[in-house]
Design a protein around this ligand. Structure first.
Ligand SMILES: Nc1nc2c(ncn2[C@@H]2O[C@H](COP(=O)(O)OP(=O)(O)O)[C@@H](O)[C@H]2O)c(=O)[nH]1
Ligand SMILES: [Mg+2]
Length: 486
């Protein structure tokens, strides 16, 4: 497989995958048409995209068969006055892989010839060439083998072999040449049997051929003088053939264009881009739902409980209202799907869970996080410590007043020590309050975050993941269509 067939095959595969991915999102008739068109392209491609079909056409006795022999160096085609098989096309193929094309063209098995191969590396510039010696132009129409209508779409180079006597033949022009103007880039004219024309008349006759061609709208196509019998002009003809071989085959070019056309017709079934679903995009939704479940009130009551020493009843989370959940879900779906074509948007809507189930899952998520009173152990320890210190301070002072020798006998020092100890006690009690307050605030933050995490997890499962599957499919379809050449 050379570059062009690999490239066209990659486009075909991309289109096939785009059609598969989007099958559920296309109207049935569009899907059916795309599938049929793709199948037709596939059949075309199976004929071979690396082949170069060169067809020799022209009137009876102009020397097509002799020319085919001269080009191939084989005696693969019958030439001469007696032409028992003139009704049947013959072909010579350089290298492998021409069989499907020869089947398509209706060349009989016993009229197929082989020349060279990649292995022998003979005439590598002709690798993939299929040289067709066709029945005389006036018998093409009635031939059961190669039909012109079948031939033209796969011919890379049409070589008109004219002879000096009959080049102005009316039927030739009326029937064929005039209809081929749009293919003139892939045509050459060979004025054969030039050996039968006196030297001094050759230029005039070539000018005349060009004039006849121009009248048919075929001006500018190369006219080569040749003699198949004497091997004149063959090298120049071979240069044209080699140049045709080096170009992308018409079959590949046509297949590429057809693939792009099919992809182009599907282009409006996808959007230019799709939303990205991430935790960042679900986070605001989780926060809204947490608010709807009254999580803020629970947090506030936890914080407030840190402000006082009294027993405090904490607020309880509530079930969010169905209407609220429906609205929040709808807004999110719009943000994710509204830029998609209707079928894909519907796909996203259908993929996610409904509002009632979502509401239950949010309630479960909220319930999964227990509402616990903020711990007061640390602050209570501080209170007790403070009380002990105050008592100790008072005790020290009292003991000193009664002259106890336990601690200090000096009364000034005892006042100072007692004062410091009592102050430390007061400070500890004071600190207990702020420790309690910040512990409560931390607990409230932890609670709120835990609930948001649980809700986020439910949102991933209920909304994000199923929607992502549809969006990924959309992205793959879009990218595949782009690759197919839409
Ligand atoms: N003098 C001359 N005769 C040729 C030339 N090419 C072919 N012929 C002869 O013309 C006759 C018809 O040739 P053929 O190749 O069978 O023509 P076809 O009907 O187009 O296939 C044969 O007798 C050939 O030998 C040429 O270049 N010069
Ligand atoms: Mg012939």
């Amino acid at each position: 497989m050379n570059d062009v067939s690999a490239e066209v095959e990659a486009r075909r595969e991309a289109l096939e995958s785009a059609i598969e991915q989007s099958a559920g999102y296309l109207e049935p008739f569009r899907l059916a048409r795309a599938t049929d068109d793709l199948r037709a392209v596939k059949h075309r491609m199976e004929l071979g995209m690396d082949l170069t079909v060169v067809a020799l056409v022209g009137g009876t006795g102009s020397g097509k068969s002799t020319m085919a022999n001269a080009i191939s160096g084989l005696d693969f085609t019958d030439s001469g006055e007696l032409r028992p098989t003139t009704e049947r096309a013959a072909a010579c193929a350089w290298g492998d892989g021409a069989e499907p094309m020869l089947d398509f063209l209706g060349v009989d098995d016993d009229r197929r010839f082989r020349k060279g191969s990649i292995l022998t590396d003979e005439e590598p510039e002709f690798e993939g060439l299929v040289l067709l010696d066709l029945p005389d132009h006036d018998s093409i129409r009635v031939s059961h083998s190669v039909q012109v209508s079948q031939l033209m779409p796969v011919v890379d180079l049409l070589m008109w072999v004219l002879d000096p006597q009959k080049y102005a033949d009316q039927r030739l022009h009326a029937d064929y040449l005039q209809g081929l103007a749009r293919r003139k880039d892939s045509m050459i004219v060979v004025l054969n049997q030039i050996d039968t024309v006196p030297f001094d008349q050759r230029d005039r006759i070539v000018e005349d051929v060009k004039k006849v061609l121009a009248d048919d709208g075929l001006d500018g196509i190369p006219v080569i003088t040749a003699s198949a019998l004497d091997h004149q002009g063959i090298d120049e003809i071979k240069i044209h053939i080699a140049s045709a071989v080096s170009r992308d085959s018409i079959n590949a070019v046509t297949a590429r264009a057809e693939i792009a056309a099919i992809a182009g017709r599907l282009q409006d079934s996808v959007a230019d881009s799709e939303a990205e679903i991430s935790d960042e995009s679900l986070q605001p939704v989780a926060q809204q739902l947490a608010r709807a479940a009254g999580i803020g009130a629970v947090g506030s009551s936890m914080r407030a409980s840190g402000e006082s020493w009294r027993e405090f009843a904490l607020a309880k989370p509530e079930q969010p209202a169905t209407s609220t959940v429906t609205a929040i879900r709808g807004t999110w779906l719009d943000s994710v799907a509204s830029d998609l074509p209707p079928a894909w948007a519907k796909g996203v809507h259908d993929s996610v869970v409904g509002p009632e189930k979502l509401r239950r899952d949010i309630a479960d998520a909220v319930a999964a996080v227990p509402v616990t009173k903020p711990s007061s152990t640390n602050s209570l320890i501080l209170v007790w410590l403070g009380a002990l210190l105050i008592l100790a301070g008072i005790g020290t002072r009292v003991a000193a007043a009664f002259g106890s020798p336990i601690l200090f006998s000096d009364s000034a020092a005892s006042w100072i020590v007692a004062g410091v100890v009592i102050l430390a006690g007061v400070w500890a009690i004071f600190m207990a309050r702020s420790v309690r307050k910040s512990a409560a605030a931390r607990a409230a933050d932890r609670y709120e975050q835990a609930v948001e995490r649980e809700i986020l997890q439910a949102l991933r499962t209920d909304l994000g993941e199923p929607a992502q599957i549809v969006l990924t499919q959309h992205r793959r379809t879009r990218q595949a269509l782009a690759k197919a050449g839409a």
